[in-house]
Design a protein around this ligand. Structure first.
Ligand code: PLP
Length: 398
């Protein structure tokens, strides 16, 4: 038996293992020091009551004859209806909302809608699964140390206001956009999203819009979904998640909004094809997680989401302030749980090592998210207040 050749093209998961290796070597050499991690995107705070009660109630109901349920392939109708109301003003029918076990799984599965022959373009830097998932289905070739062959990397930097050069996007491309962005923390403006949608509609591109951090947006002028933009129904698919706003990183729940208006070149329905794909290789999200999701979207649950995202945003503001007080240029940190710090003329790993050894703080080297991430590091606001305050105090001391 031979491996799938696409698997051989995937670059080994280097970033987080290397971070762990350097952190553990340092900690072993200095066991007396407290190393604080501002490196990962995993949530740290406990679930709030309403959301936890929703999970518990469903688990208990499953132990009763009346409350028992089995497969719910396309997801609970009540949850899909609620998602449409809360996030899209009720404009989508429940058949345009698909419940998932999290955004990452859907990013991987969505590639199956378009196949290996579809050109792929990604923001650079980017959440790694967009490119790795593309390579897994054969839409990208081997990695040459900086990027995968056949994938268009679109640098998004302070110089271009984090807006990609769309001239580099081939007609008929799948275009991955994440806003608020992981790792840069940048949130696209309405005008930028309008330009993207206009481009996609004029060039037969499909935008996969990752809105996993939309609940961190506080500035009312910034769109929380691409479907606030006229024309997006004909060119966009949105993925989203309960992971970060509701603390569901371990519970697992997300969704994809795929409008009826999105068509293949020949006029076929992408929505229908997605229904077919998900029914074929996915048996639905946990009914317990879905009940938790429904509780999270109740009036009280939404207040809890607000409180939880406020908690992490407070961390983000502290980190941003501490860095800027030291004269370090940052992006993000408002409307996003990530702060993207720039260190001109230095490599990301060099900065990572300095932050580890001088301040005992773990970050994520920006170069691990793509070539345009070089000389940046990402600070994550997912952590306990006390740890973040201590990390900021260390930065302030110099
Ligand atoms: N999209 C982005 C941009 C992310 O940063 C993450 C997780 O870190 C995900 C999706 C994955 O979300 P989920 O936990 O729903 O799979």
């Amino acid at each position: 038996m031979k491996p799938n050749p696409c698997l051989e093209n995937i670059a080994p998961g280097y970033l987080f293992p290397e971070i762990a290796k350097r952190r553990s070597a340092y900690q072993q050499a200095h066991p007396e020091l407290k190393v604080i991690s501002l490196g990962v995107g995993n949530t740290t705070e406990p679930l709030f009551d309403t959301i936890a009660d929703g999970l518990v109630r469903e688990a208990q109901a499953l132990a009763t004859a009346e409350g028992y349920s089995g497969y719910q392939d396309e997801g609970s109708a009540a949850l899909r209806q609620k998602i449409s109301e809360v996030f899209y003003g009720g404009r989508f029918s429940i058949d345009e909302i698909f419940i998932s076990d999290g955004a990452k799984g859907d990013v991987g599965r969505l590639q199956l809608l378009f196949g290996a022959g579809t050109p792929v373009a990604v923001q650079d830097p980017a959440y790694p699964v967009y490119v790795d998932g593309s390579v897994l289905i054969g839409a990208g070739g081997p990695h040459d140390g900086t990027g995968y062959a056949g994938i268009a990397y679109l640098p998004c930097t302070p110089e271009n206001k984090f807006f990609p050069d769309l001239a580099k996007v081939a007609p008929g491309s799948l275009l991955y956009i994440c806003s608020p962005n992981n790792p840069t923390g940048y949130v696209m403006t309405r005008a930028q999203l309008e330009a993207l949608v206009a481009f996609a509609n004029a060039n037969g591109a499909v935008i996969i819009f990752d809105a996993a951090y939309s609940e961190f947006i506080r500035d009312k002028a910034l769109p929380k979904t691409i479907f606030e933009i006229a024309g997006a129904d004909a060119c966009a698919i949105e993925i989203n998640s309960f992971s970060k706003p509701a603390g569901f990183t371990g519970v697992r729940l997300g969704w994809t909004a795929l409008p009826f208006g999105l068509k293949y070149d020949g006029g076929g329905s992408v929505n229908k094809a997605w229904s077919r794909v998900t029914a074929t290789i996915f048996n639905g999200a946990s009914n317990i997680a879905q009940a938790g999701g429904l509780a999270a979207l109740s009036e009280k649950g939404l207040q809890e989401i607000r409180a939880l995202t406020d908690y992490y945003l407070e961390n983000a503001h502290l980190i941003k302030q501490a860095l800027e007080d030291r004269g370090i240029r940052t992006i993000g940190g408002y409307d996003s749980p990530y702060v993207w710090a720039q260190f001109p003329g230095r490599t990301s790993w060099d900065v990572f090592d300095e932050l580890l050894t001088k301040y005992n703080i773990v970050t994520t080297p920006g170069s691990g998210f793509g070539p345009a991430g070089e000389s940046f590091v990402r600070f994550s606001a997912f952590g306990h207040h006390a740890d973040v305050r201590e990390a900021c105090a260390r930065l302030a001391k110099g």
